[in-house]
Design a protein around this ligand. Sequence first.
Ligand code: SAM
Length: 242
Amino acid sequence: MRMRRKKNLNDRLKRVSSLIVENPTEKKGSWAEHLGSKPIHLEIGCGKGKFICDMAEANPDIFYIAMEKVANVLVAAVEMAFENNLSNVLFIRGDAALLSEYFAQGEVSRLYLNFSDPWPANRHRNRRLTSKGFLKMYSDILSQDAMLCLKTDNRPFFDFSVAELKSCSWEVKNITFNLHGLLSPDEQVNSQPQSEHSIEGADNGACTPRYNPIGGAVTEYEEKFSSKGVPICRLEAHPPSN
Ligand SMILES: C[S@@+](CC[C@H](N)C(=O)[O-])C[C@H]1O[C@@H](n2cnc3c(N)ncnc32)[C@H](O)[C@@H]1O
């Protein structure tokens, strides 16, 4: 089903356009010149932006770039960063399939895949963001010692991702099948970041902590699923050395 175009989408995008990179291809190879010497952490499929905004606020020494292909969704993320005056986050409206046109070799030092669409049908496996074609692109843009961090509620997608990463010679580590079960509720609550962003229409899951010392900021989907008791899988992976 196609998403209905949100009312005033263009006006909303225009208001926050200072945080949207219009021509990311022009920045390829020169992101550091534009952003200073901070390491770049990239999230693909940022949704409504809670993860990237909370991470940016908690880690001022990192520069965050969030990519989202659906404008209706992206606009909520950019508005959140804008309303919170975040100066270390930018957004790309685009498809991960074009990543290698946006970033040169080694420009990104961390990649986040949070609750990526699982594309369950086998005929769609190449669309999964952890399929071989995407992994090759990631290893091209990631720096040495860079890390990919993945969280999902979808066990078949998680198992596929582990298998695909290993078959492409990534070093997979710190696998958990129950991220929020690793720490006591007290430990999780005590590690919440100082501020709380709010977004229209977000499900703020009453009993899920907003931050996890291992998994970082809790995403919209993570909040939704873990508040229903669905275990969250997480892994870290290092790309093969070239
Ligand atoms: C299931 S949602 C998860 C959103 C968010 N990361 C979270 O955890 O709450 C997946 C998001 O990824 C975006 N997405 C899927 N494939 C993408 C691609 N190839 N490039 C950029 N964004 C993509 C979708 O539009 C959607 O907003």
